[in-house]
Each structure stands twice: as structure tokens, then as C-alpha cells.
Design a protein around this ligand. Structure first.
Ligand SMILES: [Zn+2]
Length: 118
């Protein structure tokens, strides 16, 4: 048989929330020393400081490297956690070869490239 069942009545329409516009924020001071990615096609591969010309300040420099925990570190951490080895989750954060390397200009501080693991 064809059992006709009426669709459930729609939920009561609630009044649209009256979003009040927040007052404009006071001008905030610019953050200092943010790394600026200059966006020039420099291919920097490697974990060690390398010599190149900074496209921002135009000097011949040897890059300053910083290790950052990238995607690979978090994936390893997640896998260790899922395997029940949560006590070892911090280990990839200590292994430099799992971490990304960022290259900065020591002169002007511009970020020149990232050597990503993934
Ligand atoms: Zn520079």
C-alpha cells in the first residue's frame, strides 16, 4: 500500500538574529619583524645555509636557517599517537631531519625559501 505520510512540519522559523555591528577596532600597531616572503622564484633546497643573492636587499648573503615543525612532524606525531605510542609523540619535534628548514636573509630578515619535507 501507499502509505502517505506528510513531511514533518518545518521547524519554527526563528527570528533572524540581529547582528550588531561591532564598533571599529582602534588602529593596531604593526607587528614587528614579521618575515616577509619576497616571492621571487629562488629555489632553495637543502638544510644548510647557502650562499645566494637576496632579492630584497640585493646583497650577497649566506642564508640563516631556522627549523620549523612542518606537516611531516605532525603526521609522524599523529601516527605515533594512533599506534598508542603517545609518549613518543614529541620525538619528531626533536629530530631536525623531520622538520622543515626556512631560509632567511641575515641582513634584512626576508624569508627566501622553505625546504619542506612534504
Ligand atoms: Zn636581504
Amino acid at each position: 500500500m501507499n502509505s502517505e505520510s506528510a513531511p514533518p512540519p518545518p521547524y519554527g522559523f526563528e527570528k533572524p538574529v540581529n547582528y550588531q555591528q561591532a564598533p571599529p577596532l582602534p588602529p593596531q600597531p604593526m607587528p614587528i619583524a614579521q618575515p616577509v616572503y619576497v616571492g621571487t622564484p629562488i629555489v632553495i633546497v637543502g638544510d644548510y645555509p647557502m650562499q645566494c643573492m637576496c632579492p630584497r636587499c640585493g646583497r650577497q648573503i649566506v642564508t640563516r636557517t631556522e627549523k620549523k615543525s612542518g606537516l611531516l612532524v605532525w603526521i609522524i606525531c599523529g601516527v605515533l599517537f594512533l599506534l598508542g605510542l603517545w609518549i613518543c609523540c614529541f620525538i619528531p619535534f626533536c629530530i631536525d631531519s623531520c622538520r622543515d628548514t626556512e631560509h632567511y636573509c641575515p641582513s634584512c630578515g626576508a624569508m627566501l625559501g622553505i625546504n619542506k619535507r612534504i
